[in-house]
Design a protein around this ligand. Structure first.
Ligand code: GEK
Ligand code: PPY
Length: 256
C-alpha cells in the first residue's frame, strides 16, 4: 500500500495580475524588446498567453522545489520577474525558508515586492536587482531559471550555469525552462507555425505576433535541446532529465 495522497500537494493557482497585453497593437511598441515599465505592467498576462503550459510549468517547478529544498538553505529564482513563482512556492512550502529573487529589471522587482508581501509573514524574502552573472548561488538547494537564460549572451550562459552548479549544495536541484529550436529546419518551421497558432488562440492578432517576433530577434536567442543539455553537462550536472515540452518550450531538471 502506498501512502495516502494529499490533494494539497498539487500546486495550481497562480497569482497573476489581470492587465491585458495590448502592447503590440499600436505604435510605439518595444523594439528591440526590453523589460521596461510598459512591459512590466502587462507582463503576467503576456507570459501566461505566450508560453505554452506556463501554469503547469510553474506548478511543476513548485513541486520539485518543495521536494529538493533542504532546510537552512536558499531557494533562488533567477529572472523572477513579477515574483509569480516565488509567491507560489511561498504558499506551497511547508516550512519557513529563505526565498531569493534575482532580476535586472527594477520595475519587475517593484511588482514582485508587492506580490510577495503576504508570504513575508512566513518566509525571508530577498530581491536582488542585478544581472544573474554577478550573483552568488552559495548555500542554495534549489535554483529555478525559467525563460531567462535565453536572454543572456551565449558566452555568459555557460559561465552562469557553472556558477549555479558550484553554489548548489550536494543533492541540490536546478529547474530550467527555455524556448528551444529544432535542429531540423522543416520541423522548426512546423513547430513555429503551431506555436503561432497557440498565440492566436490566446487572442493575439497576426500583426501583434509578427511585431513581437521582430522585436525579439537577436534578443531572445534559443539553443537546440541538445545544445542546452550539453551546456548543463559541461557545467558539472551529470543527472539531467526533461520534464515538459510543448512546441518550442522545454523544462528540464538537473541534480548536483
Ligand atoms: N541578465 C539578467 N539577469 C537577471 N535577470 C534578467 C537578465 N536578463 C533578463 N532578465 C530578466 O529575466 C526575466 C525573463 S522573463 C522570466 C519569467 C519568469 N521566470 C516566470 O516564470 O514568470 C521571461 C520572458 O519574458 O520570456 C525578465 O524579468 C528580465 O528582466
Ligand atoms: O517567444 C515568444 O515569442 C514569446 O512571446 C515569449 C515571451 C514571453 C514574454 C516575454 C518575452 C517573450
Amino acid at each position: 500500500m502506498t501512502d495516502k495522497i494529499d490533494p494539497k500537494i498539487y500546486p495550481t493557482e497562480l497569482y497573476l495580475s489581470p492587465e491585458k497585453d495590448e502592447l503590440f497593437q499600436k505604435e510605439p511598441w518595444p523594439k528591440p524588446f526590453v523589460f521596461n515599465e510598459d512591459v512590466v505592467n502587462v507582463f503576467d498576462n503576456m507570459i501566461s498567453r505566450s508560453v505554452p503550459l506556463y501554469r503547469e510549468v510553474l506548478a511543476c517547478a513548485a513541486h520539485w522545489a518543495r521536494a529538493y529544498y533542504q532546510p537552512g538553505t536558499k531557494i533562488i529564482d533567477i529572472g523572477c520577474s513579477t515574483g509569480t513563482f516565488l509567491e507560489l512556492i511561498g504558499r506551497f512550502l511547508q516550512q519557513p525558508a529563505t526565498l531569493v529573487g534575482i532580476d535586472n529589471s527594477s520595475p519587475m522587482l517593484e511588482k514582485a515586492r508587492e506580490k510577495l508581501l503576504p508570504i513575508q509573514q512566513i518566509h525571508q524574502v530577498e530581491l536582488i536587482c542585478d544581472s544573474a552573472e554577478n550573483c552568488s548561488f552559495e548555500n542554495s538547494s534549489v535554483v529555478i531559471i525559467n525563460y531567462t537564460l535565453q536572454f543572456l549572451p551565449l558566452q555568459v550562459r555557460q559561465k552562469l550555469l557553472k556558477s549555479i552548479y558550484q553554489g548548489l549544495v550536494p543533492g541540490g536541484l536546478l529547474f530550467l525552462s527555455e524556448k528551444v529550436k529544432s535542429p531540423y529546419p522543416l520541423f522548426q518551421e512546423t513547430i513555429t507555425r503551431h506555436y503561432e497558432a497557440f498565440k492566436a488562440y490566446n487572442g493575439y492578432a497576426q500583426t501583434e505576433i509578427e511585431r513581437k517576433k521582430e522585436a525579439l530577434e537577436n534578443v531572445l536567442v534559443p539553443l537546440t535541446e541538445t545544445e542546452q543539455l550539453q551546456m548543463l553537462k559541461d557545467s558539472g550536472f551529470q543527472q539531467v532529465d526533461s520534464l515538459i515540452k510543448l512546441h518550442n518550450f522545454l523544462s528540464l531538471v538537473a541534480l548536483k
